[in-house]
Design a protein around this ligand. Structure first.
Ligand code: PLP
Ligand code: COI
Length: 339
């Protein structure tokens, strides 16, 4: 395609050719439909608009050196979307249908998959919303699943470059037994005030503490957290964080590399003991953290002074990207080639 600078894309929306949709009506899912419009037409009393019956996912397709297109762990996103649906009483979209929709939308928008050399990728955004009209607070009887794609560059400016994050105890993105473990829009709405405040202060993201005691590390606004100490990969276990597919993959890769993985509550004091720290997620990939400023306690934890990522983060990053772009063997069967 002309006029697209593939290596200089931001993480934003670009209109592509097609999206794929599917409706749940009369108690069952219909056939996949292809649309070239980026507009949806829904009832003004739809439950997604009033009561937050909305869940989304995020995954990526990568163009390899061999020209092939690879999608990373889409079965995991399909299952997580089902978990989100159970959490807010929406109809569950079948895993096989989810995979079929992803294959279809990627194939139909092939000309928008950034070339290998660019380091960019095609972001895939599945969405599930309640479209049935209700005025009382109850689940809709009709749902719309849709999936669109858009070519993207790094989520955090500068890509794989350390950036600072901050801790602010006056804000939570999720409640102790709330919706933090599922991917619903309300969590992101709840994170916007703190997120904007952090951005204004020059931070890439907020690092949230556990909402009950504020004693343990939870996760960042759009990504999980991990720290590296010596040969250990340490990442929080919590009832209020999203089970990240990237983190799950990095845990496996860390073990493959001979690191010891610890997945457990991580007390805030432990931040002082890490050699490296990072955010991880589909959009963020691995975003190294240069410094964590605890704005309430007036304390800073510094992980990178020279503007370079730590060595372990770098090895994990290269391994993960290598598998996604097809440069490294896919020993765990994470990648689906789109024919
Ligand atoms: N945590 C939150 C709150 C997120 O929004 C995301 C992004 O999806 C992640 C973690 C990372 O999850 P994944 O690696 O599955 O993209
Ligand atoms: C992702 O990593 O896919 C996300 O959903 C993060 C953010 C854009 C919400």
């Amino acid at each position: 395609m002309e006029n697209v600078n593939w290596s200089d894309l931001s993480f934003g929306y670009m209109k592509t050719d097609y999206n794929v949709r599917c409706y749940f009506r009369d108690g069952k899912w219909g056939e996949l439909e292809v649309s070239s419009s980026d507009i949806i037409n829904i009832h003004m009393a739809a439950t997604c608009l009033h009561y937050g019956q909305e869940a989304f996912e995020g995954l990526k397709a990568f163009r390899g050196k061999d020209g092939k297109t690879r999608v990373f762990r889409m079965d995991e996103n399909a299952k997580r979307m089902q978990a989100s649906s159970r959490g807010i009483m929406m109809a569950e979209f079948p895993v096989e249908k989810f995979e079929e929709a992803v294959r279809k939308v990627v194939k139909l928008n092939e000309r928008f998959i950034p070339p290998y050399e660019s380091g960019s990728s095609l972001y895939i955004r599945p969405l599930l919303i309640g479209i049935g009209a209700q005025v009382g607070v109850k689940p809709a009887d009709e749902y719309l699943f849709l999936v669109f794609v858009t070519p993207v560059g790094p989520y955090f400016k500068g890509g794989f470059k350390p950036a600072p994050v901050c801790i602010m105890r006056d804000y939570d993105r999720a409640a102790p037994h709330g919706t933090g473990t599922i991917k619903v829009g309300g969590n992101y709405a709840a994170s916007m005030v703190a997120g904007e405040k952090a951005h204004k202060g020059g931070y890439a993201a907020v690092l949230y503490l556990d909402p009950r005691e504020k004693k343990y590390i939870d996760e960042c606004g759009p990504a999980n957290f991990f720290g590296i100490r010596g040969n250990n990969y340490i990442t929080p276990a919590s009832h209020s964080i999203l089970p990240s597919i990237t983190n799950k993959s990095l845990i496996q890769l860390a073990q493959d590399m001979g690191l010891t993985v610890e997945r457990r509550p991580v007390p805030i004091e432990e931040l002082a003991t890490f050699d490296e720290a990072a955010e991880c997620g589909t959009a963020a990939v691995i975003a190294p953290i240069s410094r964590i400023d605890d704005l309430d306690e007036n304390k800073s934890y510094v992980y990178s002074k020279d503007g370079k990522p730590g060595q372990v983060c770098e090895r994990l990053y290269n391994k993960l990207r290598g598998i996604q772009y097809g440069d490294e063997p896919d020993v765990h069967n994470w990648v689906s080639i789109i024919e």
